[in-house]
Ligand binder design. Structure first.
Ligand code: AMP
Length: 114
């Protein structure tokens, strides 16, 4: 599978504002932020979307959410609150076919989402 733009960011082939990385995931600031804090957490593994995951990905999926909580702590938004979003497929507005968790914070977020 060829690399998406996010795969290239994880491999440091193109630049991004990284805020966290470990052996399994990378987190970086969204280029078009929708909130004062808008960070994307991605697996290094090229997985297109949640609906393509397999039982073997269970721990990685949990790690992505844990890293999101750790990044939220580091960004100082733990007590004010934050939203984690995964857009899966066309109706959800998925635009980059590399699994990513959006961390949104820093303002009151409307519900239901658009
Ligand atoms: P989604 O619509 O859920 O697929 O989200 C894709 C997100 O990736 C959008 O919020 C974009 O602003 C963001 N994005 C696209 N290209 C880049 C990039 N090179 N660096 C950082 N964020 C990006």
């Amino acid at each position: 599978m060829s690399k998406t733009i996010f795969g290239k960011i994880a491999a440091k082939e193109i630049p991004a504002k990284l805020v966290y990385e470990d052996d399994r995931v990378v987190a970086f600031r969204d280029i078009n932020p929708q909130a004062p804090v808008h960070i994307l957490i991605i697996p290094r593994e090229e997985i297109a979307r949640v609906s393509d995951t397999k039982p073997a990905h269970e721990a990685l999926l949990g790690h992505l959410v844990w890293v999101a909580s750790e990044v939220a702590r580091r960004e100082g938004v733990e007590s004010t609150g934050y939203r984690l979003v995964i857009n899966n497929g066309p109706d959800a507005g998925e635009s980059v076919p590399h699994l990513h968790v959006h961390l949104l914070a820093g303002r009151a977020l409307g519900w239901p989402p658009g």
